[in-house]
Design a binder for this molecule. Structure first.
Ligand code: HEC
Length: 277
């Protein structure tokens, strides 16, 4: 909450007390404006516009209820409204209001519809450097030196390698497809519900430029395992170590590369992820 804004709104209302011959309509407008200012600028992080609108609608109804509860007040407000609509001296003001209001609404709609994408409030690192080693199911995995234990089979025993890839395919279509998509393009059924959206493995900026140890780390530890420079970044990527075996996680890593045709980043150039390649 922004105390200064709250104090300013209260001070504004207090100041109304000293306006000579302040009538009930002035009070209503004052309350409405003070609440609007507070809801709009006084709360941090900001309330969604829809919630602000809801509160203001409730306030409007309460103010109307308040004014109609007292017949003198109600008569006065009604008289003023009728006078505004019918008396000659208000004709210009009436016309301006009648033209201005629809114009303001139209402008608002126009700006809402044409608003371009805004950059995120805080920058974030998409590929933060991985930890040196991680614990998975009580075993320490050295992310700098350990390779995918089944990668060597690709040349040494292609039949066994194919079995691991097939197992990885099963794991993928049982668990990952909902977010990362049929085609691994990051457009699964649930993808649009997330911010950030799931990684697109077809894109050259994901698995193609990362080592398998890095991929394994991200699969095992998910969004919760991201270091602090990647926050505030509410990744929905689950920590799969809670659901899959170590072998299944290495196998699905093989399958990501096999399916997309990408090769893991060579192990010679150490350093894991790191942004900006
Ligand atoms: C609930 C949705 C969801 C599911 C299910 C899911 N992911 Fe993710 N995944 C994400 C999101 C969102 C990101 C992007 C944010 C991030 O990097 O954490 C991501 C990122 C990743 C990354 C990091 C890619 C990069 O370039 O850094 C890998 C690897 C990955 N997912 C693999 C998998 C695998 C393998 C599975 C299945 C075992 C899976 N994901 C299931 C949502 C999901």
């Amino acid at each position: 909450m922004n105390i200064l804004i709250l104090l300013a709104a209260c001070a504004g209302l207090l100041a109304l007390r000293f306006v000579p011959k302040m009538n009930i309509l002035g009070w209503l407008v004052g309350w409405w404006a003070a609440t609007f200012v507070f809801l709009r600028w006084g709360i941090n992080p900001p309330l969604p516009t829809s919630i602000q609108g809801m509160f203001l609608a409730i306030l409007t109804l309460s103010l109307l209820a308040y004014i109609s509860a007292n017949s003198a007040h109600f008569r006065f407000a009604l008289d003023r409204a009728v006078a505004f609509a019918t008396e000659k001296k208000y004709t210009v003001a009436l016309l301006v209001t009648l033209i201005l209001l629809p114009c303001l609404v139209a402008l608002r709609v126009y700006f809402d519809v044409t608003e371009g994408p805004a950059p995120p409030l805080s920058s974030r690192t998409i590929h933060p450097p991985p930890p040196v080693s991680i614990e998975v199911a009580g075993r320490t995995i050295d992310l700098v030196n350990d390779d995918n234990p089944y990668r060597a089979l690709e040349t040494e025993d292609p039949a066994a390698f194919a079995e691991h890839v097939a197992n990885g395919r099963r794991v993928y279509y049982e668990n990952c497809v909902y977010c990362h998509g049929d085609d691994m393009a990051g457009d699964g059924l649930f993808a649009h519900g997330y911010d950030p959206i799931p990684a697109n493995f077809q894109d050259a900026t994901t698995i193609a430029m990362l080592q398998e140890g890095y991929i394994f780390w991200r699969i095992a530890k998910g969004g919760p395992g991201l270091p602090s420079e990647s926050t505030p970044w509410l990744s929905a990527m689950p920590a799969w170590e809670n659901f899959l075996t170590e072998e299944e996680m290495w196998d699905v890593t093989l399958f990501l590369y096999d399916f997309t045709g990408h090769r893991p980043r060579a192990r010679e150039d150490h350093g894991g992820g790191g942004d900006g390649h």
